[in-house]
Design a binder for this molecule. Structure first.
Ligand code: CA2
Length: 149
């Protein structure tokens, strides 16, 4: 029997984590966050696929792919959170569990970060826990996948 897959999607500029603005985003790199999520997933009996793109269409393609392959999506859409109707529409066509994730708390930042196109189509929203939020979201996704099966 194959194990359930969680797709973790990272949007624009998150490839720069650990290189700039540590006061907002911490010191972890995206690669170190991926390593932690992959090993956590292993201990919890699921698999994690971890993706990053700076391109809106590529993120839409990841979500379409997840319709066939993944039981849950964790998405940090970066600044596309605040602009993308295309990512909103793609997530709406996904039947599994969706967690919107942010490293910082966008509501405590600039006004333009207060609106999310992702929140209305997400089952849960997690923000402000730093890089640790990825692990928290992975644990939540595993719980929800188990509850649905
Ligand atoms: O807090 C988050 O995770 C965000 O999704 C990060 C986005 C921001 O636009 C959202 O409002 C909140 C920005 C990601 C930029 O990441 C960088 C990391 C290091 C250096 C520069 C940018």
């Amino acid at each position: 029997m194959s194990v359930a897959e969680i797709l973790i999607i990272n949007g624009p500029n998150l490839n720069l984590l650990g290189q700039r603005q540590p006061e907002i985003y911490g010191c972890d790199t995206l690669a170190s966050i991926e390593d932690k999520c992959v090993s956590l997933a292993q201990t919890l009996g699921v698999s994690v696929r971890f993706e990053q793109s700076n391109h809106e269409g590529a993120i839409v393609d990841f979500i379409h792919d997840a319709r066939i392959k993944s039981a849950a999506i964790i998405i940090n859409a970066g600044a596309y959170t605040h602009t993308s109707a295309a990512i909103h529409d793609a997530l709406k066509a996904f039947d599994g569990y969706i967690i919107e994730l942010h490293i910082s708390n966008p509501h405590a930042r600039d006004e333009f970060r207060h609106h999310s196109w992702i929140s209305p189509v997400a089952n849960a929203v997690m923000a402000g826990a730093g890089a640790y939020g990825y692990e928290l979201a992975t644990r939540l996704a595993v719980e929800k996948i188990a509850a649905a099966s």
